[in-house]
Design a protein around this ligand. Structure first.
Ligand SMILES: [Zn+2]
Length: 316
């Protein structure tokens, strides 16, 4: 029988977390250690991508790990990472293009994600051997979520964002316009920009939410897709207030209707709830899809400053 101690995450937790002990495992729980392992692997990915290139857009296939060679196969039946005698074959379903810079955002994200999976292989022997055996759905899900995070880190490494912040301090405040600028610079989707700036690095005290538009005229309805991205550092200002904006139709509805009415522009509103003010920005981003960024910066300066200082401390 496979024990949870033999799954890839448990093995890497024991190998990579210096002060790991059974005691810490019991005291802090597994999810704490899984998060810590995620941060360690992201740091390793950062170092590798930084060695390969200093300026965006970043090419995940340029990562150098020992003598590993990476080969890209596009137009494949599925997305996969397959150990080979030289390293890995990265297969993606996307169509073939000549150069990685021309690949669309989704293809680049897929490659970065599959590259992230290679961090769960022993690369001392060739072909690389998988570390451990995934023993449960939960452990599979934890592994996937770390791979998504590593993938985002490869495409938008924090050393690069940190440099950008020094050059253009205005990037510190989230806006839909800045999401667009970062998408162009890093060649990633708006979702990846939002994940990085809001969730991973907690630089923007914002919430990013997308809505599908259904119906026409006076019978328009909006359905949220999939989960809104929220910043845990915005806790102090109470996520409850943010939730009220996101989940209660009467707060967001008139604003979204205005966005539908002017599909080519960004519509802006300010909402006041119990003395806290929120900046709302929305824009039609795809057929029947509206992206909304809700920011709480203005009313939240002390907390934001702390977040920025914490971020910069991790960069030095
Ligand atoms: Zn995966």
């Amino acid at each position: 029988m496979i024990s949870h101690l033999d799954d890839p995450l448990s093995i890497l937790i024991r190998r990579k977390i210096e002060d790991y002990s059974e005691y810490a495992y019991k005291k802090n729980g597994r999810s704490h250690l899984v998060r810590k392992l995620g941060s360690i692997l992201c740091k390793e990915a950062e170092i590798l991508i930084r060695r390969a290139k200093l300026d965006p857009p970043f090419d995940p296939l340029k990562i150098k790990r020992g003598r590993l060679k990476f080969e890209l196969i596009s137009d494949a039946k599925r997305n996969a990472h397959i150990p080979t005698r030289g390293g890995f074959r990265i297969e993606i379903k996307h169509k073939r293009t000549r150069n990685l810079d021309d690949l669309d955002f989704r293809a680049r994200a897929t490659i970065a994600h599959e590259m992230a999976h290679t961090f769960f292989y022993d690369i001392n022997s060739l072909p690389p051997k998988p570390i451990g055996v995934v023993s449960s759905k939960k452990s599979q899900w934890e592994l996937e979520s770390i791979c998504y995070r590593i993938g985002r880190t490869i495409l938008m490494p924090s050393f690069s964002i940190s440099r950008l912040l020094t050059q253009s301090p205005k990037i510190r405040k989230g806006s839909l316009h800045k999401i667009g600028l970062l998408m162009n610079r890093y060649k990633v989707s708006s979702d990846i920009v939002a994940w990085r700036m809001i969730k991973d690095l907690e630089l923007w005290s914002s919430c990013f939410v997308k809505n599908r538009v259904k119906g026409e005229g006076s019978d328009i309805k909006f359905t949220r897709i999939p989960i809104p991205l929220k910043n845990s550092s915005a806790k102090e200002l109470s996520l409850i207030k943010l939730n009220r904006i996101i989940y209660r139709e009467h707060h967001l509805y008139p604003h979204l209707l205005r966005a539908v009415a002017s599909p080519k522009s960004i519509v802006r509103d300010t909402l006041n709830i119990n003395g806290a003010s929120f900046d709302l920005e929305s824009r039609v981003v795809a057929v029947n899809t509206i992206a909304t960024l809700i920011s709480v910066e203005g009313s939240h300066r002390g907390q934001r400053q702390m977040t920025l200082e914490k971020f910069e401390a991790t960069q030095s």
